[in-house]
Structures are given as C-alpha cells and as structure tokens.
Design a protein around this ligand. Structure first.
Ligand SMILES: Nc1nc2c(ncn2[C@@H]2O[C@H](COP(=O)(O)OP(=O)(O)O)[C@@H](O)[C@H]2O)c(=O)[nH]1
Ligand SMILES: [Mg+2]
Length: 360
C-alpha cells in the first residue's frame, strides 16, 4: 500500500540528510591546484550509501555549522527537498490544492527549527509527518456510522437507511456487503435494497453477497425504478422491525442527467439518514470531480475509499477530504467482508511515510 509514495518520500528525506544537493567545497578545489583538478578524486555518492553516522555527520557539517550538535537547514536545501516532496506528492495523485499548503507548512517547520545532527532523519520525517497530519485532520470529522446506527436503534428510531452512490465498479456492492457483515456481527438486523436495476448481473451480485452474509434482499426486475425498490425495502424493514436498510445504486457517468435525477428520486423517496460516496483510491484526481459534481445535486455525508490494497500512490487517501470538504469514513483494503478499516490520520501516515531510522 502506497509503496511508491513511501519510497519517494524516503528518498527525499535521505537526500536532504545526506546533503545530496550540496555543492563541492570551492576552497578545497582551489587549494589543491591545477594538478589535482586534472585528476579529481571521485566523489562519494551519498545517495547510494547506507544512512550511517558518517554520512549524517558529513551532511550536517555541509549543511551548516554545528552548534552543540544542532543544525539549521539552509534555504536552498529546504527548497531542493520541498521540490522533491512536491513532485512525489503530485505524482502520487495528491491534489494540488492540498500539496501547496502542505509544503508551506513543511517549509515553516523546517526553516524555523534546529535539528539534531544525530537524529536528523527522524526529525525531518517528524516535520513531514506533522504537515501530513494537519492536512488529514483539516476536513470536518466524519459520522461514526456504526455508533450512529447503534444509538438510533437503541432509541427505537428505525430503520436507519444508508444510501451508497458512486461510479460503476468502484466497490459499492462489495462495501454494502462489508457493512452488512459488520452490522450482523453487532447484532443489528439489516436488509439490502438491490436498487442497481440498471447493470446486467447487479441484482444477482447483490443477492450473492447477501446470501453469503445471511441478510435479506429486496429486489425487483432490471429496468425497474430504483427508488421504488428502496421504498419496498424500507417497508420490508418496518414490517419486520429491522434496524438498517442498505441501499445499493447504479453508477454511470456522474454528469449523466438521468443518473442524477435517479439519485435525487431515491433520496426523495428513501430519505436516507446517511449517503456515502464509494470511490476507488486508484482513480486519481477524477474522484474529487465526481464527488464535487454529485454533491451539487445530493447531500453526501462521507466517502468510502476502496481498493487501497491495490494503490501504490495513495494521493486520494491524503487529499480527497481536504479538497472536497467531505470526510473519508472508511477505507476498503481487500475483497473480504472484514477488509474495511475506519479512517484515521495515523493509518494513512503509517502507510505513506517510511518508518523512522531507528526502526528500519
Ligand atoms: N482489492 C480490492 N477489491 C475490491 C475492494 N472493494 C471492491 N473490490 C472489487 O472491485 C470489484 C467491483 O466491486 P463492486 O462491489 O461490484 O462494485 P460496484 O459496481 O460499485 O458495485 C469487485 O471485483 C470487488 O471484489 C477493495 O477494497 N479491495
Ligand atoms: Mg454493484
């Protein structure tokens, strides 16, 4: 998960620590005279070296005069480093709108502090970690779905309905399976509304998951009105005292007018307590556009970002909430019913950043 971004950030931090971009010392070349210049000593390749004490201390003296084992980074070194981090983040699909403030934050941290020559790698990583944490914590906190439902159920305010929207193939039906599985294990009874009546095999797929998990499905025929299936599912839940209705839906292009009016009709009829956008982590910047477009027409309460297990880049996990203002609630991390983890900044940071030096 996020292996490529992790490697890039590790490379940038190691480069800074090793003084990779530092110029050769001019005075030593001049002092050596023309003969020495004709046959220069091959310079060591700091990037290729292990990050041992020697490299760190050499770098530290290159960076600035050591004072009591603490150093100040030079502006050009910070610029070089932030340039590399910027490219790494953009190549990893972190939205530009999130990258710039994050880099400014890092610049502030790197330029205003003294760093210990011994713990330089870890301290720089710590500055990056703090900036990431700020970005990840900037969106409003998401609703705790399972707690919310438990409270509603305890208060008898049932059924709670949850609508899942998003493009085709992102994992809506699978995610509904994960929710149903979790509710069942909590002793909360639910029904699934097979409201993707558009796509071939969608109803059978919903039934397949429901049967495996052991929860009922309310369905109709292909081409039927998805809102009326949801209406029936809610009636089914009311008649049997079930606590939750999980409403599947069909995904097409987010700008498709029919789809938007279909979604609006489902919302009008089913009045979902919570509407969740399901998007795949690997889809790059397009997810932010999809969420923004859809949320102009219906209220979206949170995002489930699926397929993190297949994502080497991780940009959406970092910036989707910051750029859309809609919180990420869960990450899908596999096809199994238990492969879903609640959003937490720490989870993302651990996936994005290399471990600190002592731990590697
Ligand atoms: N690796 C992985 N695959 C997933 C995840 N979520 C869904 N999938 C797979 O993505 C494919 C499409 O999922 P589906 O639920 O049918 O998407 P829908 O069209 O939005 O309902 C299926 O093969 C799922 O098994 C996930 O978190 N990780
Ligand atoms: Mg589906």
């Amino acid at each position: 998960m996020f292996e490529s971004l992790k490697k890039k950030i590790a490379g940038a931090v190691k480069g800074l620590v090793a003084g990779e971009e530092a110029q050769p010392e001019a005075e030593s070349d001049a002092a050596a005279g023309p003969a020495a210049q004709a046959a220069p000593e091959p310079r060591p390749e700091p990037a290729a070296k292990a990050l041992d004490e020697t490299v760190r201390l050499n770098a530290a003296t290159k960076i600035v005069k050591a004072f009591g084992g603490r150093i100040r980074l030079k502006d050009n070194e910070i610029d070089d480093f932030l340039g590399k981090v910027r490219v790494s983040l953009l190549q990893s699909d972190v939205a530009l709108g999130a990258v710039e403030p994050m880099l400014e934050d890092m610049r502030g941290r790197l330029s205003s502090a003294d760093f210990s020559t011994k713990g330089l790698y870890d301290e720089i990583l710590g500055a990056v970690r703090q900036s990431l944490l700020d970005t990840l914590s900037s969106a409003k906190p998401g609703i705790d779905v399972f707690k919310h439902v438990s409270e509603k159920a305890a208060a008898g305010a049932i059924p709670v309905s949850i609508l899942f929207v998003g493009p085709n193939g992102t994992g809506k039906t699978t995610t509904i399976g994960k929710f149903a599985y979790r509710f069942k294990s909590m002793g909360i009874a639910c029904v699934i509304s097979a409201s993707d009546t558009f796509r071939a095999a969608a109803i059978e797929q919903t039934e397949y998951h429901a049967n495996r998990i052991g929860v009922p499905v309310v369905k109709s025929r292909y081409g039927a009105d998805p809102a009326s299936v949801a209406f029936d599912a809610i009636a089914y839940a009311k008649a049997r005292g079930l606590q939750v209705v999980l409403i599947d839906s069909a995904g097409r292009q987010e700008t498709n007018k029919n789809l938007i009016s279909e979604m609006q009709k489902i919302v009008r009829v089913a009045k979902p307590d919570i509407t969740i956008f399901v998007g795949e982590s690997t889809a790059g910047g397009v997810i932010a556009d999809q969420v923004a477009e859809l949320s102009r027409h219906i209220r979206i309460d949170g995002i489930v970002l699926t397929k993190l297990d297949c994502d080497a880049r991780g940009g959406n996990a970092i910036s989707i909430a910051a750029v859309t203002g809609i919180p990420v609630l869960f990450f899908g991390v596999g096809e199994g019913y238990d492969a879903m983890v609640p959003f937490s900044p720490e989870f993302v940071i651990d996936a994005v950043l290399p471990k600190n030096n002592k731990a590697t």
